[in-house]
Design a protein around this ligand. Structure first.
Ligand code: TXA
Ligand code: MG
Length: 319
């Protein structure tokens, strides 16, 4: 079983010898390995059981470092990097030859991010390579937001998990690419709000559903899914639709007297979308382990992090 600890030297030791480890970030925990070492990247695909057409994000600690891995940085990318890194934003930039094919699945762009997590930034400075890290969950399952989530599912496959506490954002990063005119295009909604992004670079396009050869398989129709059926709608309507089923509820603010209170999880009593985002994935995991048949949830306000919450719920829903 993976050792769980806060020892950066030890984490770096495993990474330097080509192993993969659990790594905290502000969004979700990552499964990290040396991004410049093909074998370490292969190990990540194996541990996650992830198809190799799904490329992996490279994490580093400074914009200068990012420059070592890419051909160029469009002006609007530089503006976004300046404004939001370290933070829950990933940029797709034209890669240079240092980046191995396997990291990008052969694509000409590499996904890069500077995470906002003190321990992890320190770890990134302790190694002389960027860290490849997808979310540390088996492919298609809910992303982990605590070290225990990582340990539960991948603990028997990795030597070490760096304990960084519960993730402060709780949703994966917002992924932004650039079109032929160097204008930003959002490929995945996430922890960085669209409204904030638009304050820096103006109106951005969204290109979220590329279902044949997907640019971002996080954009596959079903992803981030619990093993129980999840239904989204008006919760009282859903409750009356399944009178003979044991129901669990994940709601934004309210509880419902028709269902036992111990099968209900309220994400933010005070109606704060940031707080809701932070506990969403943990709630889905918990519900998945409860003695219930179906999970019911609602649509969240389509603003701020509510957009990314709705996006994840839609993909996690039974269809
Ligand atoms: O917040 C996050 O982004 C977390 C933490 C660990 O940084 N990572 C994460 O990685 O969510 P992952 O692999 O679970 O999701 C990253 C998405 C994938 O859907 C992948 O297809 C897309 O980013 N991606 C990675 N490299 C890409 C590239 N070169 N071009 C297009 N999409 C890419
Ligand atoms: Mg993932």
């Amino acid at each position: 079983m993976a050792e769980i600890g806060v020892d950066i030297e030890r984490a770096a030791y495993f990474l330097k010898k080509g192993d993969v480890i659990g790594m905290p970030t502000e969004t979700v925990y990552g499964l990290a390995g040396n991004a410049l070492d093909e074998n370490a990247v292969l190990k990540i695909y194996e541990v996650k059981n992830r198809p190799k057409f799904d490329p992996i994000i490279a994490h580093t600690y400074s914009i200068d470092k990012v420059q070592e891995y890419v051909e160029s940085i469009p002006q609007k990318a530089a503006d976004l990097a300046e404004a939001f890194w370290p933070g829950p934003m990933t940029l797709l930039l034209k890669r240079n030859s240092i980046i191995p094919d396997i990291l990008t699945s052969g694509l000409p762009y590499v996904a890069v991010r500077i995470p906002k997590h003190d321990l992890t930034l320190e770890l990134l400075k302790h190694v002389d390579f960027p860290l490849a890290a997808p979310s540390a969950n088996p492919f298609g399952y809910i992303s982990p937001t605590t070290a225990a989530h990582v340990s539960d599912q991948l603990g028997n496959k990795i030597p070490y998990i760096l304990e960084g506490g519960a993730c402060s954002v709780g949703l994966e990063s917002t992924i932004i690419g650039f079109d032929a005119n160097q204008n930003p295009v959002i490929h995945r909604l996430g922890g960085m709000k669209v409204e904030e992004i638009e304050k820096v670079v103006g109106k951005v396009k969204l290109k979220l559903n590329v279902s044949s050869n997907p640019l971002a398989p996080g954009m596959l129709k079903t992803h981030y899914a619990p093993s129980k059926r999840l239904y989204i709608g008006q919760i009282p309507d859903l409750i009356s639709r399944y009178p003979h089923m044991k129901l669990g509820i994940i709601s934004f603010k309210d509880t419902y007297p028709q269902v036992p209170i111990e099968s209900q999880m309220v994400l933010s009593e005070k109606g704060d979308l940031g707080e809701a985002a932070k506990s969403l994935f943990g709630a889905l995991r918990k519900m998945d382990q409860m003695e219930i048949d179906f999970i019911l949830t609602q649509r969240f306000p389509e603003e701020g992090l509510g957009r990314a919450i709705n996006d994840r719920l839609k993909r996690a829903a039974y269809q």
